[in-house]
Design a protein around this ligand. Structure first.
Ligand code: DLL
Length: 432
């Protein structure tokens, strides 16, 4: 297998990509207007008809769609094909209210798996590889998505699902896993467990495909050096299809969006006006190639920016920069915007493990933030004064990164609950 999974598509000219997107947009708008009453209402209210949409330049005329719409329309309100044409559903892990459900036709599944296969090949995967999938299987899209991609590439696929670390390590060593797919926080936990059990020599991993939660460049370096691999970012969301919406290549410098399926936009989250490439804002997608559940201008709440600059890997599809956080993850502490990934960056630079939690509260009408971070076993046996010094160092590093005071508490190794899926980083008591 070469450098690309679908070379013609992945290295298409900008004109070709624009043509796919223009035609795709015109056709999807017509399709949903005719088949999905919920969409027709939204468009009627916005005073726009399919005839007004001739190319992606007309996107700003179209209304946005949000998670609230998806919840309102639950379960079938946004379905664009007869239910009998669907072969699968997946759903978000949403903790409150109605879940969000995505439907897939046979073609939708095939296209999704192609995206994941592109991601695996971009991470150096071939049919010689053993792809170890420790994302959850089930309604969550992670396990099934990477599984489908891995089989398309022809890797030996280990459908491990998440959890049961002993079994993960046994299969990883017995079957010589070469590519690990899981959340970055679980990868970090597996790295820790491999070190503790002295299994490093028996592990053959060369690459990891990590996503589903925000992680920092520092965490990447940490995982890469602990596991001796190259760690690649992968992005996606259930509403749009799952993992593989965008993925990193050998350049490890932003994730290529599958632009033959999705039109990306970045908008200012306040004014909702589109912003130019390179400018930070909220990522919005139009999934024009989806049959069952196409979304038009879906607001992801994810914060990042886009670049269309040439990439050294030869892929021509636009890239999203590593995600900076979500509009709903952003904490406002004493009026200052704080993302957990900024705290993570500071902690790792200070030599701390990436096991941390932010406890936010309001005391006497003033916001407080405490950063709880685990010590390494070596630190734990240090003197009290050296632990106190470390806490002070982290406080001042956080102050210079964020501009606010945060209390820092170093806690015992393994005292913060490990997550096998997405890590829980924030406990905001102001909301409880
Ligand atoms: O997390 C799909 C996925 C599975 C992506 C496996 C990558 C790997 P949801 O559960 O619907 O879907 O959550 C989607 O997770 O809007 C982001 O906020 C966040 N997210 C996903 N990938 C990344 C990433 C899956 N690479 C939500 N970096 C998205 C940062 C990510 N955040």
């Amino acid at each position: 297998m070469g450098k690309y999974f679908q070379e013609d598509i992945e290295t298409a000219s900008r004109e070709e990509i624009e043509q796919w997107q223009n035609e795709g947009l015109v056709s999807v708008v017509k399709r949903v207007y005719e088949n999905v009453p919920y969409y027709r209402d939204l468009m009627d209210k916005a005073g726009v008809t399919p005839d007004d949409i001739k190319s992606t330049a007309d996107l700003p005329k179209l209304p946005f769609i949000t998670k609230d719409d998806l919840r309102d329309a639950y379960p079938y309100g946004l379905l664009a094909v007869p239910l009998k044409d669907c072969i699968r559903i997946h759903s978000t892990s949403g903790t409150t209210g109605r879940r969000v459900v995505d439907f897939y036709t046979k073609k939708d599944i095939d296209m999704w798996y192609d995206g994941c296969a592109r991601a695996i090949v971009a991470a150096g995967g071939t049919d010689e590889d053993v792809c170890h999938i420790a994302y959850g299987y089930g309604l969550f899209t992670g396990g099934f998505g990477l599984n489908g991609g891995s089989q398309k590439v022809g890797c030996l696929t280990l459908p491990m699902s998440s959890g049961n670390t002993d079994r993960q390590l046994q299969f990883m060593t017995d079957f010589g896993s070469t590519i690990l797919c899981c959340t970055p926080s679980y990868a970090s936990y597996l790295a820790e467990s491999i070190e503790e059990r002295g299994l490093k020599d028996q592990v053959k991993l060369k690459a990891g495909i990590f996503g589903a939660e925000a992680w920092s460049e520092e965490m990447r370096h940490d995982i890469e050096s602990k596991l001796g691999i190259k760690a690649y970012d992968i992005y996606g969301l259930t509403e749009i299809e799952g993992p593989g919406v965008a993925f990193e290549c050998e350049a490890q410098n932003g994730m290529h969006i599958c632009e033959d399926y999705f039109i990306p936009e970045i908008v200012d989250p306040e004014t909702l006006e589109p912003v130019p490439d390179g400018q930070i804002g909220e990522l919005v997608f139009t999934s024009f190639a989806k049959e069952a559940f196409p979304l038009i201008r879906y607001r992801t709440k994810d914060i990042t920016y886009i670049t269309r600059e040439k990439c050294s890997c030869g892929r021509t599809h636009a890239r999203v920069h590593r995600l900076m956080g979500r509009t709903d993850d952003m904490l406002i502490i004493k009026g200052v915007n704080v993302y957990p990934s900024q705290v993570e960056e500071v902690l790792i630079k200070q030599g701390m493990p990436a096991n941390y939690q932010l406890i936010v509260d309001r005391v006497n009408n003033s916001d407080t933030m405490e950063v709880r971070v685990e010590m390494t076993p070596e630190m734990f046996s240090d003197t009290v004064s050296s632990i106190e010094k470390k806490e002070k160092d982290i406080v001042s590093a956080l102050k210079s990164m964020l501009g606010i005071y945060a209390k820092v508490k170093l806690v015992e190794p393994k005292s913060i609950t490990r997550s096998e899926g997405k890590a829980v980083r924030i406990i905001d008591k102001r909301k409880i």
